[in-house]
Design a protein around this ligand. Structure first.
Ligand code: ADP
Length: 339
């Protein structure tokens, strides 16, 4: 069963001033997040990602549509029942949102006290959490005395304190350097694997999606434009916005000005070979082997996402037999003749 489900959800914010216009932040979104998965919500700033997660944890109410968390329709709940649902959801923020006047221990104790957890149990849980995030020696430090990565590890420990089923992470690595980002992503991966916690990550960083997520939803102007397995979307992004995101990490088959510059620089025929089309590589190379051509790789590469390899290479075919060789490979699966 889906742990989080959105059905035709709309959220329109009223204008801030009398002359202002309403903002349709979320427009008819359908989304399911299965128990145990890590789901990335991807989009440029203003796409509606944060609003979407605020609808999931009931911090905003929908204009229309339904939001179900663990089978409970959040949209219709009263305050007390909503708090019950919110206890199932931990939040991790970009800027950590720690209490600067409390120690690490105090920051972790706060949600446990709010939830009415008895002192002895609080003590044990905080100690376990600090070990889990590798900060047992920092229990009495204040946030100012910690690095960004350490602060985020405290943020994650705090989010886990009340044993939620779901973790919502909103741009939680955007303020961190690449090494620290990797550290935090590895920790989130362990949270998912060791505790089975479902994670929804909001991000505009494709490296985060590639490293962490199983499935992804791409949003643009309040709408879902693409949704599916990360490996499949990275291999064959469909929507223009998805292609732009994926191209920050994965080289796309050249087109437009990139193709023009390649055509200027490389001599001979240009063919693109899709590396995840079954058997295309072997067929292409054995076919080329039967012709008198020189073959150079001039663009592309192999990528790996969650154990799946994909990508493409552009080959420049030169020599007396280049035209016939190009024609022979053009009939094979996954081959596109660029010139
Ligand atoms: P993202 O997280 O993808 O950057 P947001 O969900 O924050 O996008 O915002 C989507 C749109 O909704 C933006 O145009 C934003 O200005 C608007 N918005 C978000 N929150 C509010 C609010 N409380 N009041 C009015 N407009 C809002």
């Amino acid at each position: 069963m889906a742990l989080v489900e959105l059905r035709d959800v709309h959220k329109t914010f009223a204008p801030a001033t009398r002359k202002g216009v309403p903002v349709e932040a979320v427009r008819g979104v359908d989304l399911t997040v299965e128990a145990g998965e890590i789901h990335a919500i991807v989009g440029y700033s203003g796409a509606g990602k944060s609003t979407l997660v605020r609808l999931v944890n009931g911090l905003e109410s929908v204009t229309s549509g339904q939001v179900l968390v663990d089978g409970v329709e959040v949209t219709t709940l009263g305050q007390a029942a909503l708090r019950e649902v919110q206890r199932e959801i931990g939040m991790v923020f970009q800027h950590f949102n720690l209490f600067s006047s409390r120690t690490v221990w105090g920051n972790l104790e706060f949600p446990l006290k709010l939830a009415g957890v008895p002192a002895a149990e609080r003590q044990q849980r905080i100690s376990e959490l600090l070990h889990f995030v590798g900060l047992a020696d920092k229990a009495h430090a204040y946030p100012d005395q910690l690095s960004g990565g350490q602060k985020q590890r405290v943020g994650i420990a705090r989010a886990l304190a009340t044993r939620p089923k779901i973790l919502l992470a909103d741009e939680c690595t955007s303020a961190l350097d690449p090494d620290t980002t990797r550290e935090v992503l590895a920790l989130l991966g362990r949270v998912n694997e060791e505790f089975g916690i479902t994670i929804i990550v909001i991000t505009h960083e494709m490296d985060v999606v590639r490293t962490l997520a199983h499935r992804m939803t791409v949003m643009e102007a309040g709408r879902v434009v693409e949704q599916g397995e990360v490996a499949a979307i990275f291999a064959h992004p469909q929507a223009e916005v998805t292609r732009r995101f994926v191209s920050t990490l994965v080289e796309q088959v050249p087109s437009g000005s990139e193709l023009e510059s390649l055509e200027r620089d490389a001599t001979g025929r240009l063919v693109s070979v899709d590396l995840d089309a079954d058997s295309s590589q072997a067929d292409v190379f054995s076919t080329l082997g039967g012709h008198d051509v020189s073959v150079r790789i001039v663009q592309g590469g192999v990528n790996r996402v969650r154990g799946a390899s994909f990508g493409h290479v552009v080959l420049a075919l030169d020599g007396p037999d280049a035209a016939r060789a190009t024609q022979a490979v053009s009939a094979l699966t996954g081959v596109e003749v660029l010139r």
